[in-house]
Structure formats: C-alpha cells, structure tokens
Design a protein around this ligand. Sequence first.
Ligand SMILES: [Zn+2]
Length: 216
Amino acid sequence: MSDSPDAAGAPGPGGRVEVRRSAKRRRTVSAYRDGDRTVVLLPARMTKAEEAHWVETMLARLAAKDARRPRGDEDLRRRALALSRRHLDGAARPSAVRWVTNQNGRWGSCTPLDGTIRLSHRLRELPDWVVDYVLVHELSHLLVADHSAAFWAHVNRYPLAERARGYLLGVAAAHPGLAGDADDDVAVQPEPAQRRAPARCAPRPARDAGVQLELG
Ligand SMILES: [Zn+2]
C-alpha cells in the first residue's frame, strides 16, 4: 500500500494540513506544499505524540524555507490556485501565473485562450489582500472574459473585493500614469510564442520539493 490519508489537521495560516502515514516509510519524515494544502508524510508506526511533534517540526521547517525564498512566480501561482479553490470552487485553472515588469498601465492581465495570468511587479509593494484581489479578478476572467455582471459575481466572492478596488483606485490617483483601473485587462490573443519561456507554458507539478528529515 502506498501513503494513505490519516488525519486532516486544523486549517493554519498556510491552509489545511494533511498527515499521511506509510508502512513503507521508516526512517524519514517529509512535508511539502500542495496548493493551499500542506502534506506531512510519516512512518506508520509513530505514536500520536510523535506525530504531533513531527508535524509541528516539519511545519516550522517549511515556514522557514518559505521565508528564505523570494516571492517569485511559484508563490504567485500557488496563491492563485489557493484563491481559485477558496473563492471560485477551483474552477479557474491558470496555466501560468507570473510577475511582469513591462505592464505599467495595468495591475494585471490575463489571456483566457491560453490561461496565462500576469501581474505588474508594482503590486509587490502593496498589501497581500490587494494582490489577492487582482489575482481573483484575473482568475475570474478565465471563467468570464468580459466585465459583465456574471464576471463581477465571481470577483465579489472575494470578501475584500470592493475595498481592494478602492485601494487600487487610490494608489492610481496618487500616482498618475502608474496604473489605471483594471478594466481593459483581458488580452484576446495569446502572447506571441517567442516571447514566452517554453517551460512556463508546460504543465507543472503542483508540489514543490518540500523538506525531509532523517530520523535518528
Ligand atoms: Zn478585468
């Protein structure tokens, strides 16, 4: 038998924690992120007390690893998937999500035809909940390409949507020419293929390398 689900932990700041025990696993514990879920793999023979200890240890290790890593495209992609799951029933499945520096007139953009989403690097300086709004906005365009009522019904499932729109309008007003509102953000044509890095277009596994420890 392979790893089997054991217990689903309480949702933490990083999302749901899933503990899996494996009879084959004897000398290692490991943990990795999978979208907004964290999976911890343990030997089958551990006691509940040992499980609690190792889950705590591995979550701390992962958190330290997250903190060391610069917020890059992988973080953005993971966040987009988590937001899609939380607010859009997972229906929006972007093929690629990335930061771009050549998008000064718009906070975000998406190309529904190939499922790509791009966020202006200027958003990196704004609060997370505002970035999340732009992600939900672009994710919703994968479901509805225009700005119709059906589109806003998706966007407004993000509880801070109205506040975030106001925040972005305020930033734009204070910095003319920085970025307007995001109402012309849907590209009809995919980007020319030569401008894309091929790896970004390929499906990528949802899990990262995670962390692993040898038991003494
Ligand atoms: Zn839009």
